[in-house]
Design a binder for this molecule. Structure first.
Ligand SMILES: [Zn+2]
Length: 198
């Protein structure tokens, strides 16, 4: 059976997501990581569908209010899940926090599917093992305010890849090689997940 991964570069276009002190915008790094994720997965024989592959949102009406566009954007991404009930959904985000010391990747999962918890754990472990041995974060269930996890119709997770508010981590996140390392670690987690499931 072919494994289908829905790769979601969060935000995009009108919606920049979080931004760093130096003007770095979350949507751009999310896209770079998601594109690398997609390439590595495809190279390994996975069927990957990206929710966006350019700097655009997925909303229907670009002339609508920002609130309406945001709503339409999220519901269209949810629609992609509904069209692929056999897939898993991997969303790439970056974090931001008031305390600049906060750093490290953390994976969130939907409570709608037990496999989402397993997938989140696999990815959290591979990130720790491959690039962040000092990371003590554990996977967390997404809150009801996280629309895509709350309404997920397939095993869905969010990888918060790091903090834009931490100076050292920001520099890493902007680095092409580091983006590849994160993408690779996520892929290893996905492969472990399928391995354990089969
Ligand atoms: Zn975000």
């Amino acid at each position: 059976m072919e494994n289908i991964v829905l790769a979601n570069a969060s935000h995009g276009g009108f919606d920049g997501g979080a931004s760093a002190a130096d003007g770095t915008v979350e949507k751009d790094i999310n896209l770079f990581i998601a594109q690398k994720l997609c390439s590595i997965l495809r190279f390994n024989g996975y069927n990957v569908i990206m929710t966006r592959d350019t700097d655009t949102g997925t909303e229907d009406d670009e002339s609508a209010s920002i609130a309406k566009r945001k709503k339409s954007d999220l519901s269209n991404r949810l629609q992609i899940m509904k069209q692929h009930p056999e897939a898993i959904f991997v969303s790439v985000h970056l974090n931001k926090f008031t305390t600049s010391a906060a750093n490290g990747a953390q994976v969130f999962y939907t409570k709608n599917y037990k496999q989402a918890y397993d997938l989140a754990n696999s990815i959290q472990s591979s990130i720790k093992m491959l690039i962040q041995p000092e990371n003590t974060r554990v996977v967390k269930q997404g809150t009801s305010s996280t629309y895509l996890l709350k309404n997920a119709s397939v095993p869905a997770i969010i990888v918060e890849c790091g903090f834009l508010s931490n100076k050292q981590e920001l520099e890493k996140l902007k680095n092409d090689d580091y983006q590849s390392q994160i993408a690779f670690a996520i892929v290893v987690g996905i492969m472990d997940f399928y391995e354990l499931r089969s």
